[in-house]
Design a protein around this ligand. Structure first.
Ligand SMILES: Nc1ncnc2c1ncn2[C@@H]1O[C@H](COP(=O)(O)OP(=O)(O)OP(=O)(O)O)[C@@H](O)[C@H]1O
Ligand SMILES: [Mg+2]
Length: 335
């Protein structure tokens, strides 16, 4: 039996826009084991959310179109399912938490009803059974006086509370896979820490797999056991979290890590170094012949501009899309 819960193979998602075809996701692949937390990271616009939306069949179409690839969930290709088949999986086997809860909570429905709804739809619970379970879940995600708040509307709650309601909604059916797209980016740091530890607790309780999408490597370090780094619609590096932090290979991954603020600098009386990666992500519309990172890479050499590198094996479970693997002597000493 295939031990993988989710396998994405050669997935390409393009947006057909008046100005041209934007290759938002361009031949990506990765997999997720049961119970594993995988971090998907990369700069804004690199295709993280489009990847997540593809899994649940939620890419806006038109202009979006899934051009190629397979998304296997427990060996079934989700891209082959019809709308009804996807609806059955969504919220029951796979659920999703979004960055901004107000866009996914219904503003005119009390929160109790919203948490109860998936139980009525997927588990055929009666309304009163579902409401009782919803109250228990709101309590579980630490909404104070949960029972009294069942009839509250989303606008009556703080941002952190709304995110807890979203988590309760995502968890009620005990999904096998949770996709969390920037679940804490909109929250202040103390609430962020509370939400992350709540997610960790529920994850181990339910033995769920989590696809955690974020541009915050600190969050990844706390939560994930493996990391996939995307750049301009492609996977550029993947590996175990500890390897990626200790020995990142790709210059882009190295740049991301260097751009993390360091407490050590401040303790030593130096201003914190925030090394931004110079330059911007290339247009997804123009064809690129070489490496997509070439224009920003401190190590760039002739081959990089001509030919796209493969994902080369670096070590156990670590791969990087970089010509430095073939031509190690071209690596310049890091500045
Ligand atoms: N509905 C859409 N119509 C047109 N283009 C889109 C649409 N959705 C996404 N794109 C394009 O696809 C690319 C990838 O977008 P995506 O939302 O996946 O980025 P992201 O990695 O999630 O970024 P962020 O960190 O800002 O959330 C972007 O260049 C974006 O412009
Ligand atoms: Mg996004």
């Amino acid at each position: 039996m295939d031990p993988k819960l989710l396998t994405i193979e050669a997935l390409s998602v393009h947006f057909h826009l008046p100005e041209g075809v934007a290759r938002a996701v361009d031949g990506i692949g990765f997999d997720l084991q049961p119970g594993e937390t995988l971090g998907l990271v990369g700069e804004s616009g690199c295709g993280k959310s489009v990847t997540a939306l593809s899994i649940l069949g939620l890419v806006q179409s038109p202009p979006g179109r899934i051009e190629a690839g397979r998304i296997l969930f427990e060996s079934r290709n989700l891209l082959r399912l019809d709308a009804e088949g996807l609806r059955r999986i969504r919220g029951r086997d796979i659920s999703m938490i979004f960055q901004e809860p107000m866009t996914s909570l219904n503003p005119v429905l009390p929160i109790g009803r919203q948490v109860a709804e998936p139980l009525m739809v997927h588990k055929a619970l009666s309304r009163s059974e579902a409401m009782a379970e919803a109250a228990a879940w709101l309590d579980h995600v630490k909404i104070p006086a949960a029972r009294k708040r069942l009839d509250d509307y989303p606008h009556q709650l703080s941002g952190g509370m709304r995110q807890r309601v979203m988590i309760a909604m995502a968890m009620v059916c005990r999904p096998k896979l949770l996709i969390a797209d920037e679940p804490t980016t909109a929250l202040d740091v103390t609430i962020q820490a509370q939400i992350l530890s709540l997610m960790l607790m529920l994850k181990s309780e339910l033995n769920m797999s989590v696809l955690l999408i974020t541009h915050d490597l600190g969050v990844v370090a706390q939560m994930a056991s493996r990391v996939v780094v995307m750049y301009a619609g492609q996977v550029v590096e993947e590996g175990r979290m500890t390897d990626m932090f200790d020995q990142p290979f790709h210059p882009y991954t190295r740049g991301l890590l260097k751009s993390m603020p360091r407490l050590g600098d401040r303790r030593a009386g130096r201003p914190p170094r925030l090394n931004e990666i110079p330059g911007t992500v290339p247009s997804l519309i123009e064809a690129v012949s070489g490496c997509r990172f070439a224009g920003r890479c401190p190590h760039v050499f002739d081959v990089c501009r001509k030919q796209q590198p493969d994902l080369f094996k670096i070590g156990a479970g670590q791969r990087a899309r970089c010509w430095l693997k073939r031509y190690p002597d071209r690596r310049k000493p890091d500045a």
